[in-house]
Ligand binder design. Sequence first.
Ligand SMILES: Cc1cc2nc3c(=O)[nH]c(=O)nc-3n(C[C@H](O)[C@H](O)[C@H](O)COP(=O)(O)OP(=O)(O)OC[C@H]3O[C@@H](n4cnc5c(N)ncnc54)[C@H](O)[C@@H]3O)c2cc1C
Length: 557
Amino acid sequence: MILDANDLPDGTPQEADLCIVGAGAVGIAMALDLLDSGLRVLLLESGGVAPEAGSQALYAGTVADPALHSPLDTYRERRFGGSTTLWGGRSMPFDPIDFEARDYIAHSGWPIAFADLAPYYPRANRIAEAGAYAYRADQAFTRPLAPMIEGFASADLSTDTLERFSCPTDFGRRYRHKLEAAPDFRLLLHANVTGIALAADGGSVDHLQVATLAGRRFPVRARHVVLAAGGLENARLLLASRDVHPAGVGNGEDLVGRYYMCHMAGTIGALRFTRPVWHGYDIADDGTYCRRRIALIPEAQRRLRVGNVIARLHHPRIIDPAHRNGVLSMLYLARMFIPYEYAKRLDGEVRLDLPTQARHLWNVLADMPGTAAFMWHLLRDRRLAERKFPSIIIRSKANLYSLDVHGEQEPNPDSRLTLCGDIDALGMPRLKADWRHTRQDIASIAAMLEVLARDVAASGVGTFTYDPDSVAHEMTRYGAYGGHHIGTTRMAASPRQGVVDAQCTVHGLANLHLAGSSVFPTSGQANPTLTAVALGLRLADHLKTLAARPPVSVSTS
Ligand SMILES: Cc1cc2nc3c(=O)[nH]c(=O)nc-3n(C[C@H](O)[C@H](O)[C@H](O)COP(=O)(O)OP(=O)(O)OC[C@H]3O[C@@H](n4cnc5c(N)ncnc54)[C@H](O)[C@@H]3O)c2cc1C
């Protein structure tokens, strides 16, 4: 059943066995998994089914350095479906090495191993509609594929791992009807959790405080509560709930909001090949778009003492008309029609004066047939298709590419979220994000680039040239990689090192659980959603087991 919190009587408590806060990727996946559990599940969602400025404004906050972090009400959507209403759908699991404690990556190591999460990935993959759970080209394709880079050989780099693409599935739109029809399940729209009220002894959640922007307020009581409000908002809810513990819920060790990671990302250098390369999508038998990338293998990471880094062959920088490509220039000229999150990388240091604009226009006119064909491809395969062509792929006649790099961030306690002085329309303190990167973050990428340049040359397939002194600049040119909000309520076996335990339960609070990328202790190289959903499904399994036990004491007054 789907209800609007504004239609409920003011002040009337709502009750459930399990309450999940946030109907984004993780909250919806968990709800789907619990539909046949026999538990009365209540899913609280701040937004409605369509975007609403009032709800979105609740996400606003401040950033320490606007050059390093986007505004907090961008790169996330506060509505049913959460940020899957905007995401790109790039999916891949974490690698086993990401879970290991590595002495060269400070604060690394999960209290669980890849094997603990492995059983949940295939179902996460199905819910995300990312096709078969096969993330190596040799497993995913029965037909032989042409090599990504013909003749390229490397002992340290693999070109066989895949990223797969979801439709990209908007979880709200896709699963709404299933949720609507389910018995024992309620989704409350426009229901904002504004605080977690603990029992007087501080040892369990008593109730959640819920408010609507239209002025309704009521408590929600449940045997178990899961916060699945996103990587930033999970931390905000804990920090802002200060009735019993002045530092916030689960924050006895001052860890909530710390270790904030996104990913390091940027485009660098020039790869010129003398042999055929394939940098586009390979389409799996089930129609899923897949793409191979260049990945630093675990053995090389250990030997070089660096983090996990991957790279893709990419088109030249769009804003510089020197590429003389009509399609790229057309994208540049149309940038005001592209959402902020996808247009951000079209801003830059090239002067956007009239002559530059004219050169872009000239590129479009000079390449009219190519540009027109591309427009048709864009309309048919990206706008109209249910499973969308994931990104712009430009064949280079000169066999010349730049390198698009995506790298792990080292957990850093000084990279953090705190509450700032402002409050939102519901009286909740807003967040301040002070995102930082470390020397190791840059060193990991620098090492990967060095290996690539060496092995491209040694294989005799071309050259990779780049300025080693520009790595830090290029990897921070657009600041923190938007949309990946990781580590702010990290998982650790000990309460001194983490906010949640290996089951995602807040240390010392048996009926409060956290779901989403906020619990990842490290970021890996992978985009986070598949792992966040897999962890959520693991938590759902755990909650089914807990529900079979006698209830923890929750007051009903
Ligand atoms: C432009 C963009 C592209 C992306 N591309 C990719 C990609 O290719 N691959 C990938 O893996 N990831 C990608 N992501 C990230 C991906 O969208 C997130 O990882 C994913 O949506 C996180 O799921 P979640 O359920 O944890 O949070 P969300 O999807 O953010 O959902 C949180 C939900 O909680 C609700 N909520 C928040 N606060 C409250 C409250 N106080 N009370 C009640 N409800 C509340 C919100 O309204 C929202 O519905 C992208 C993100 C963006 C912005």
